[in-house]
Design a protein around this ligand. Structure first.
Ligand code: ZN
Length: 290
């Protein structure tokens, strides 16, 4: 049986090459059903979630990775996030039809994707990569090839039930034979979407690399989880300013904030707003000193 909602690492014993595999099942279905995406819009969201899930484990980050694309194309927004605790969330906004012939720049109406790495206790690091190619893996591979990072290749597949992918990365160090990297890539490229999505990882690796010795590490479980909360939303209102908040209250009667990632709704009335902007703020109203 294939393990669902998992991330798993593997190593080639004889070469400095490592791999990571991700299968999103329930977690992907929960995210997919929130929006009104279809066709390539849906696939791109699923594949982007797989990419950040692959990267957060490959780069061994304590924190999170976000991938974001914003533009004026039919898929005008895509933002996905994976944390080192294996929680994922993501959303995309589609405003028009996406033709099969469109390249990524046409789909998004943007020339760039932005990858943000947040490590606990450090400033976020932002990388910008051109949206080159037709597939998300094209753009990612271009990014890795041109940013002095380790050579890395991606295979991604997505439908309504499952989003899966694998990554293969060449580590520093000498290959046992010069052809090893090309050979591994060639074998990996024979994988079909069906195999990537449906076959247990052990069987898949055996099918692709049966001549090689591989070490498979323990899998981690991935789940959909949103980090939004009433407190965080209140904090957002606080940064908006009292005048602005009062204006919305006057116009709308209440302030209603919808989380794009999980559809949770947080509403605030006049009393809530007075409390938020009151002395000491919402976090510590009783510890204010005069
Ligand atoms: Zn949320």
């Amino acid at each position: 049986m294939k393990k669902l909602d998992q991330s798993q690492r593997y190593l080639f014993d004889d070469h400095p090459i490592r791999g990571q595999y991700v299968s999103l099942d329930q977690s992907w279905q929960e995210i997919a059903q929130q929006g009104e995406l279809q066709g390539r819009g849906l696939s791109l969201l699923g594949e982007a979630l797989v990419v950040v899930s692959l990267l957060v484990d490959t780069l061994k980050i304590d924190g999170s990775i976000t991938l974001q694309i914003r533009g004026k194309g039919p898929l005008e927004l895509l933002v996905v996030e994976a944390s080192s605790e294996h929680k994922i969330r993501g959303t995309a906004r589609q405003s028009g039809d996406i033709d099969d012939e469109m390249d990524l720049q046409q789909v998004f109406g943007s020339e760039y994707l932005v990858i943000t790495i947040k490590t606990d206790g450090a400033e976020p690091h932002q990388g910008i990569a051109p949206l080159s190619g037709v597939k998300l893996s094209d753009a990612l591979e271009h990014y890795f090839a041109t940013s002095e990072q380790l050579p890395t290749r991606f295979w991604l597949a997505c439908d309504e039930k499952n989003a899966s992918g694998m990554l293969i990365q060449k580590l520093p160090g000498k290959l046992k034979d010069d052809d090893a990297w090309d050979r591994v890539l060639h074998l990996a490229s024979t994988v079909t979407d069906e195999e990537l999505q449906r076959i247990p990882l052990g069987d898949l690796l055996h099918r692709l690399f049966n001549e090689e010795t591989l070490r498979l590490f323990d899998p981690s479980s991935i789940k959909f989880s949103c980090s939004c909360s009433r407190e965080r939303t209140a904090g957002m209102l606080l940064s908006l300013g009292k005048a602005e908040a009062d204006q919305i209250l006057e116009d709308e009667g209440e302030i209603s904030v919808n989380c794009e990632f999980c559809n949770s709704n947080y509403s605030f009335d006049q009393i809530d707003i007075e409390q938020i902007f009151g002395e000491g703020g919402i976090t510590s109203p009783s510890t204010t000193t005069h």
